[in-house]
Design a protein around this ligand. Structure first.
Ligand code: FAD
Length: 407
């Protein structure tokens, strides 16, 4: 029996990796810091590229059963309410071009599909309440310690512990993620309670100067998911709902009345700072490596952070299996296969972020450019992303020396 591979973090990246490794005969132990494996109760969008992975780990049908496929993804001018552009996700051209659907799904439902698959596989051990606080690379194996004083041994450690990764902090010591000055509130509410005049069968992104709202249906139209994101202009104490409400009213003061009606439905008890990191080329040292948000967190503009974590999981499992226990080589090949694609997601997301939130003449120019694009142009712009990712070895580039990491 091989030593298990340890994975810090049982989010979508960690669970995909666990499943893909186990399916190749590698025992894995997933150490999740939260008291239970699970997810926060909001929606998540996936481009068709996610199915290149879900098919290969055998969960596509279970995911499709729980998901909705929106008629379109729209960008709407948040001041006038006019449609600026659309991705025709529900049309035959989209399906013909990308083979798979665009979906929206409740995070809990997706996480449960992955957890069920992990629980059915005897090579996966799931360890909740195991917050990883440190590791030591012993040369031939790794040891990992958790907050409650336990220690685990494994053949390697994969840090899939999200944007505030402790594994990254110890491995690279390159500081906190970069906040971009925006905050996000997320809620999902019963569809019957939605009074705002909105299209309910689409993903709609209302973009305005310094703020946006995204909404879409979940659970076959039973729920309505809303994310409101805005540039912070005041300092409210954590949990001060009245101050949060005042901040929102200020940020969205010029927004279309429909957006204001959507804001009234938000649960203001919890909000989240938005941020990312500059891309780097190397995510490992020896037997310890990173994936998903721990390696390359991104802004949400392309709705691809979790998709990238899932793609990473399969890719890393494949290279570990091919390298037959040479983890240093496997992590190196993983970065070679993944760093450009994930960096492009991060950088394009920043560009789109500025575009969604532009003001004045910049906004007018952006909208004009978007309006001029034909449906075929729109699909072509997304092809690099939605066509899926190159397999290890295909399109792989040799990586410069690790000292180049920060350039
Ligand atoms: C507002 C918003 C909307 C988004 N919408 C989309 C979208 O529509 N589509 C999309 O693809 N992406 C979206 N994303 C991005 C997506 O949420 C992340 O990219 C994705 O969750 C990253 O997955 P991950 O597995 O790398 O990390 P996470 O999902 O963060 O999972 C990390 C796991 O590690 C655990 N953990 C943390 N620290 C430790 C530790 N020290 N020890 C053990 N366990 C630990 C956590 O509890 C968690 O379970 C959105 C993000 C935001 C903020």
């Amino acid at each position: 029996m091989k030593e298990p591979i340890l994975i810090a973090g049982g989010g979508l990246g960690g669970l995909t990796t666990a499943l893909a490794l186990a399916q190749r005969g590698w025992p894995v132990r997933v150490l999740e810091g939260a008291p239970e494996f699970g997810a926060l109760g909001y929606g998540i969008q996936f481009g068709p590229n996610v199915f290149h992975v879900l098919d290969r780990i055998g969960v596509s049908a279970a995911v499709i059963e729980k998901a909705d496929s929106p008629a379109a993804v729209l960008m709407i001018d948040a001041l006038t309410g006019e449609e600026v552009t659309r991705v025709p996700t529900g049309g035959p051209e989209f399906r013909e071009r990308f083979r798979y659907p665009y979906i929206v799904i409740h995070r809990v439902d997706l996480q449960n599909v992955m957890l069920d698959a992990c629980r059915r596989d005897p090579l996966v051990t799931l360890e909740a309440d195991a917050l990883v606080t440190g590791f030591a690379d012993q040369g031939d194996w790794v040891t990992v310690t958790t907050q409650d004083g336990r220690s685990f041994e494994g053949a390697a450690l994969i840090g899939a512990d999200g944007i505030r990764s402790r594994t990254r902090a110890q491995l690279l010591g390159d500081g906190d993620p970069l906040p971009n000055g925006f905050m996000a509130f997320r809620s999902s509410v019963p569809m019957g309670e939605v009074t705002a005049e909105v299209q309910r069968d689409v993903v709609a992104l209302w973009g305005g100067p310094g703020f946006h709202i995204v909404h879409y249906p979940l659970r076959h139209g039973l729920l309505f998911n809303i994310a409101a994101v805005f540039r912070r202009s005041a300092h409210s104490e954590r949990g001060d709902v009245a101050a949060y409400r005042a901040e929102l009213e200020h940020a969205y003061r010029d927004a279309h009345p429909t957006m204001k009606a959507l804001l009234a439905m938000l649960d203001l008890n919890r909000r989240q700072a938005v941020g990312d990191r500059d891309p780097i080329r190397h995510w490992h040292k020896g037997r310890v490596g990173l994936l998903g948000d721990a390696a390359h967190p991104t802004l949400q503009s392309l709705a691809q952070g979790a998709c990238m974590a899932i793609e990473d999981g399969l890719c890393l499992a494949e290279v570990i299996d091919t390298a037959g226990g040479d983890f240093d080589q496997a992590f190196r090949r993983f970065a070679a296969a993944r760093h450009l694609r994930t960096a492009r997601v991060t950088l394009e997301s920043r560009y789109l972020w500025d575009l969604y939130h532009a003001d004045g003449i910049t906004r007018d120019v952006h909208h004009q450019m978007l309006r001029e694009r034909s449906e075929a142009d729109v699909l072509q712009c997304l092809a690099w992303l939605y066509d899926g990712f190159p397999r290890p070895g295909e399109g792989e580039r040799s990586l410069p020396d690790a000292r180049e990491n920060l350039r």
